[in-house]
Design a protein. Structure first.
Length: 45
């Protein structure tokens, strides 16, 4: 998140920094609700 925040602040107006960081957080949570570093769970039958 820090990298995204620094990139946005450097490239885009700092006024949009919080909105873009929160939008990125929501996007990551929608795509990977378990987090970025979780492994897929294999089901045993």
């Amino acid at each position: 998140m820090g990298v995204v925040e620094a990139f946005v602040t450097g490239m885009v107006s700092s006024g949009y920094r919080d909105a873009i960081v929160y939008g990125t957080l929501v996007l990551v949570l929608l795509l990977r609700p378990g987090g970025l570093l979780t492994l897929p769970v294999r089901e045993r039958v």
